[in-house]
Ligand binder design. Sequence first.
Ligand code: SF4
Length: 341
Amino acid sequence: MSAGNERSGPEPTAVLEAVDISKHFRVRAGRFRRGTVHAAENISLALRPGTVTAVVGESGSGKSTLTRMLARTHKLTSGRLYFKGEEIDPRAAATKDYRSAVQLVLQDPFASLNPAHTVRYILSRPLQIHHKAGDDLQESVLGLLRRVALEPAEQFIDKYPHELSGGQRQRVSIARALAVEPEVLIADEPVSMLDVSIRLGVLNLLADLRDRDQLAIVYVTHDIASARYLADTIMVMYAGKVVEVGPADLIANAPQHPYTKLLLSAAPDPETATKTWLGDSGAPPSLVSPPSGCRFHPRCPFAMAVCSQQAPPSFDVAADHHVACWLHSPEQVEAQSGALG
Ligand code: SF4
């Protein structure tokens, strides 16, 4: 089962494109020392209308830092961002137009909705502030509720967040993001706090918004099974770096990076309650002093001498499928085919 896109024909132009973006944070690393957290390093991606890009990784992989850079709540340490082909000045604050066009939906819908306000108020505010309400504010709010399948909308409009289920609250969060007519929706772990039984409904809503409204969606998750279900492209991150990126079906059916294989081997079916468990395979490293070379080498069963000495570049393994792993260097591929032949 999949909610993936059936698109054919040429790819549309990217709404938002990141080229080699990085984010480092200065932190205190001891009593007298300061250190640098290498939270996200040299990430490139292009978000196109009508597509879902899943960013997958464990805690500390840098995926949330990436979303904040894309939403421009974190300034870039380096790299470039392009919005509709125009380069953005990295020193300037995000404009109101940018903040409308690129909307962030957070993990915890209860924390992100003010419990003192009704759904009517929560959805009216962005409509009014951004002048999107038209002539009839109530009808605009009801329309938003219908777009996120909270129906009959009249029964939800005057409820408070505590009167809604987790899934309904997350739908209100998504409706609030839609109020300003975004072109990019960044959903940061939008189903991780929801019961398994209602996760699929929210994933299907995101698929609808992609297909019907042609939104470019970034779906951030630690759960590669749900990424496989929803996404067109999957980007796997480990310790602040992209280790594999490609079409979702290729990543799901023919993963090439040892870390992607580990994630998939531990992934539950999205419709079951089984939890992902990666604890037996070690933990992600500190980002203040990440391992030399390939950051995955302390956990990797295939690590070679070069792996701890040099960070692997990204190698092409198929059309649009790239892997940062020395196993895919031309020399290794040749050596392996020689050994087989
Ligand atoms: Fe493993 Fe080396 Fe590949 Fe890193 S580069 S994933 S350590 S084989």
